[in-house]
Design a protein around this ligand. Structure first.
Ligand code: ADP
Length: 492
């Protein structure tokens, strides 16, 4: 149902005026009809009282001499008053003495005496005493027909209804015209506000047509639009200024990023060549190819080779991350059996685990499909994760599990090591992040391994995630999508 307050201002104004008119019409016509009827009643009773007075005094001698015929004659004179339906004269005992009924009227007169006046059906009835010499000699009752008067009133009511309708139509026409100046300016204001909202065009203005409160509203609204227009213009200037600055800054940043990556790549390359020579030549020396070495010399040279290899690993990591960040790394997809890759990775790190007295278990689910991915990069991820697991575990075990879940190949690297604090879990994959990092760090590393592994996993279309509990251990999970090629499915 539509509520009054949801109507448009136009309809509201029209209906308020119509309701007011209707109310006034009903009120005054009602009062008019009521007054009319009351007046008729008063006049009628006055007339009946006068008649009763005359008829009563004319009946006195008949009553005194018990001459009911004479009384009947007196009442006969009512033949000239057709709206007096009946009349009865009672003797002083209250017995009917004489009566008269209009010729075509069925006598409905009540025979008991109720003094005074009252209305009864369509009649007005008046009963009063007949007094002679201060003595009550009888009563007289007159009955007046009011049905004519009633139908007259009903007729008047019918005319009033017609007047109502005409009045309402007139009021509606007037209301439609009268509300126009008010509703037009409000609707104009609302329309412009809507347009401003839709188009955000703050140069629009509403035309003020009056000096009243609506006119004030229009002025304030226009004033507000003016301010918004200036504000928006200022904002637009500011935004384009800042955009320009940002674009310049972005270009500079991209340039310097590019330069940084190029620098890192060439530096790493320049560093790798001499390092490879150091490692190569130290190897030759250690193998005794350049002559015998004392045990102390072997020990010292072994340390040189270890440090050089570590440095080479760091440089390789830096090179990888700079390639990933500058987007210059490419993935090479090939089909391979992941079981073999896992066996090789685990075997190559087993000596490292054995040195720490840790078992390194491998658990591969049967019937795994071939994987299409970058084998070398996956190997790099796995070596890094298993290496970390061993590095950060001093007792318990390290395990690798491989299985299928939904459309993904899952590789879990599980350890029972020191674990990672909840706060650190958020930053563990960031570059150069080492938890408890510092110069007095016990474990060596670049802080790049996990960052590289995560980015590589994502470049392979998968994810790398971690769950960990301090003191209980960590589980790093690589999930890679499996794309089953039509041929493979047929084959299987
Ligand atoms: P790093 O070369 O220092 O190992 P990573 O990126 O591989 O660098 O690891 C970042 C840090 O995350 C490590 O320094 C270590 O504090 C924490 N971390 C990585 N793997 C583990 C693990 N298996 N158990 C506990 N902490 C780990």
């Amino acid at each position: 149902m539509i509520r009054f307050r949801d109507l448009s201002i136009k309809l509201k104004l029209i209906s308020v005026q119509l309701f007011t008119t209707l109310f006034i019409l009903v009120f005054f016509v009602g009062i008019y009809l009521f007054v009319q009827y009351r007046q008729f009643e008063t006049n009628a009773y006055d007339r009946m009282a006068t008649l009763a007075e005359i008829l009563g005094s004319n009946s006195i001698s008949a009553l005194l001499f018990f001459d009911d015929d004479a009384a009947e004659d007196v009442l006969e004179s009512l033949a000239t008053q057709p709206d007096i339906l009946s009349a009865v004269v009672y003797d002083h005992n209250g017995e009917v003495f004489a009566s008269y009924t209009q010729p075509d009227h069925v006598d409905t007169t009540l025979r008991d005496i109720v003094e005074g006046k009252y209305t009864h059906d369509d009649h007005l009835r008046l009963t009063q005493k007949i007094i002679f010499d201060n003595l009550k000699v009888g009563w007289i009752t007159l009955d007046l027909d009011t049905s004519n008067r009633r139908s007259e009133l009903v007729e008047t009511l019918g005319q009033a209804v017609l007047l109502f309708i005409a009045g309402l139509i007139l009021a509606a026409l007037l209301a439609i015209r009268a509300q126009k100046p008010i509703s037009d300016s409000i609707m104009n204001l609302a329309g412009t506000a809507q347009k401003v909202r839709d188009t955000r065009d703050y140069s629009l203005r509403v035309e003020a047509t009056s000096q009243d409160e609506i006119g004030q509203l229009v002025d304030s609204f226009n004033d507000m639009l003016e301010k918004m227009w200036h504000h928006e213009k200022h904002l637009a200037d500011l935004v384009s200024e800042r955009t320009l600055e940002l674009e310049e800054a972005k270009t500079r940043a991209e340039e310097s990023d590019h330069l940084k990556s190029a620098f890192l790549a060439s530096m790493s390359h320049e560093l790798r060549t001499p390092l490879n020579s150091i490692i190569g030549f130290t190897g030759i020396l250690l193998q005794g190819m350049a002559g015998p070495l004392t045990d102390e010399q072997k020990k010292q040279l072994g340390m040189v080779k270890g440090s050089a290899s570590h440095l080479l690993e760091l440089i390789n990591d830096v090179l990888d991350i700079s390639k990933i960040e500058s987007g210059r790394i490419e993935m090479h997809g090939e089909e391979f059996k992941v079981d073999l890759l896992l066996v090789m990775a685990v075997s190559s790190l087993r000596p490292f685990a054995q040195k720490k007295g840790l078992p390194l278990d491998l658990d591969i689910a049967p019937n795994l499909p071939k994987l299409k991915s970058d084998k070398r990069r996956l190997e790099q991820i796995l070596l890094n994760l298993i290496n970390n697991a061993i590095k950060f575990t001093s007792e318990g075990s390290v395990g690798v599990k491989c299985y299928l879940r939904d459309e993904f190949l899952i590789i879990d690297v599980i350890d029972t090591g020191i674990g990672i604090k909840e706060d650190d879990l958020k930053t563990v994959f960031e570059t150069f992040r080492q938890i408890d990092g510092g110069l007095d760090r016990v474990k060596e590393g670049s802080g790049l391994g996990l960052a590289i592994s995560k980015k590589l996993s994502e470049l392979l279309g998968g994810t790398l995630s971690v769950t960990s509990e301090v003191g209980s251990g960590s589980t790093f999970t690589v999930a890679l999508p499996i794309v089953l090629e039509a041929e493979e499915v047929d084959h299987d």
